[in-house]
Design a protein around this ligand. Structure first.
Ligand SMILES: O=C(O)[C@H]1O[C@H](OP(=O)(O)OP(=O)(O)OC[C@H]2O[C@@H](n3ccc(=O)[nH]c3=O)[C@H](O)[C@@H]2O)[C@H](O)[C@@H](O)[C@@H]1O
Length: 328
């Protein structure tokens, strides 16, 4: 099987590529390198089943033959990007997804599209099941992504109705793990990088906002199970263990301090909550458990441990040092 992964040099995409190659598939990773990096796919270079194409999905795809499945993940996903590039993100969600849907129709491939927890907005219902229609602000600072991903879903089901296309929609909740960019802007990498440098961690609000963080390999297993299922409506892919942002900051500070052997713990700095930042987010993952027989298996402490190690190694390599003596 030849499988396309758009966003294949990105954080989740590169882990997915790894999994698909391990499973013996031929994989074409497509990435504009806007937020992805060739560093994430360098390790696959020698694999004869792997091909990388630098391409922005907002433009029609080059000819690729024999494609049977497409994972369409390409899109910036950090709130920092929402502020910087709202129009480009909306274009990626609409034009980029339309290009991939047209391509899927052309080659008769099944397509899985990465949607997001963000389509539930700042939810008034806890936990969020797939039947909840959400509480989004169509003109707020996050709207390019919330509404962009909602149009992505609408477009996909338009193609399903009009072209009988096999569509899968994964609503991904807060994935984290090795492979995130140092400057990604999301909570986990921001907290790790600040703690490694011994700088204050910035918490927006009082730290009581919650998220359910899922380790990236769990997320990839969920995407894989959904692609291979016959279920064609949206499915939440996430952890249902709810953690306060302040708690995760504390966990990261402690982990980093233990690893670098520092007595000084990075301090926390509070700033006002960001506009429209969802206060509580927690998926109902009953549907995924039922129809995909999938559930996350990596607990938060274990996943954070692996992630912090990865960031420390990356920092050491870029500094050309082997050990850490206090903060980096
Ligand atoms: O990682 C993801 O999967 C999700 O990331 C973002 O959603 P968000 O939940 O806002 O992700 P973070 O930026 O990691 O923020 C989580 C919480 O931590 C807070 N935060 C973030 C960064 C930081 O430095 N400090 C801080 O307190 C945020 O205000 C928020 O309350 C995207 O909007 C989602 O679409 C995407 O699916």
């Amino acid at each position: 099987m030849c499988i396309i992964v758009t966003g294949g040099a990105g954080f989740i995409g590169s882990h997915l590529v790894e999994r698909l190659l391990e499973d013996g598939h031929e994989v074409v990773a497509i990435d504009s390198l806007w937020t992805g990096s060739t560093k994430n796919v360098k390790k696959f270079e020698e694999n004869k089943n792997f091909r990388f194409i630098e391409h922005d999905v907002r433009h029609s795809l080059p000819n690729i033959t024999g494609v049977t499945a497409i994972y369409h993940l390409a899109c910036p996903a950090s709130p920092d990007h929402f502020e910087e590039s709202p129009i480009e993100i909306l274009e990626t969600c609409f034009v980029g997804t339309k290009n991939m849907l047209d391509f899927a129709v052309g080659c008769g491939a099944r397509i899985l599209i990465a949607s997001t927890s963000e389509i539930y907005g700042d939810p008034k219902v806890i936990p969020q099941s797939e039947n909840y229609w959400g509480n989004t602000n169509s003109f707020g600072p996050r709207s390019c992504y919330d509404e962009g991903k909602r149009i992505t879903e609408a477009l996909a089901y338009g193609y399903q109705r009009k072209h009988s296309l096999k569509v899968r929609i994964a609503r991904i909740f807060n994935a984290y793990g090795p492979g995130m960019q140092l400057n990604d802007g999301r909570a986990v990498p921001n907290f790790i990088v600040a703690a490694m440098k011994g700088q204050p961690l910035t918490i927006y609000g009082d730290g009581s906002a919650t998220r359910c963080f899922q380790f990236v390999t769990d997320c990839v297993a969920g995407l894989n199970a959904l692609m291979n299922s016959e279920y064609s409506r949206p499915v939440n892919i996430g952890s249902d263990v709810e953690t306060k942002v302040g708690e995760i900051a504390e966990m990261i500070v402690e982990l980093v301090a233990n690893k670098v052997g520092s007595a000084t713990r990075a301090p926390v700095n509070h700033l006002p909550a960001r506009q429209d930042d969802p206060y509580r987010r927690k998926p109902d993952i009953g549907l995924a458990k039922d129809v995909l027989e999938w559930k996350p298996v990596v607990n938060l402490r274990e996943g954070l441990d692996v992630t912090v190690n990865w960031f420390l190694e990356k920092e050491q390599k870029s500094n050309g040092t082997n050990g850490t003596n206090g903060h980096i």
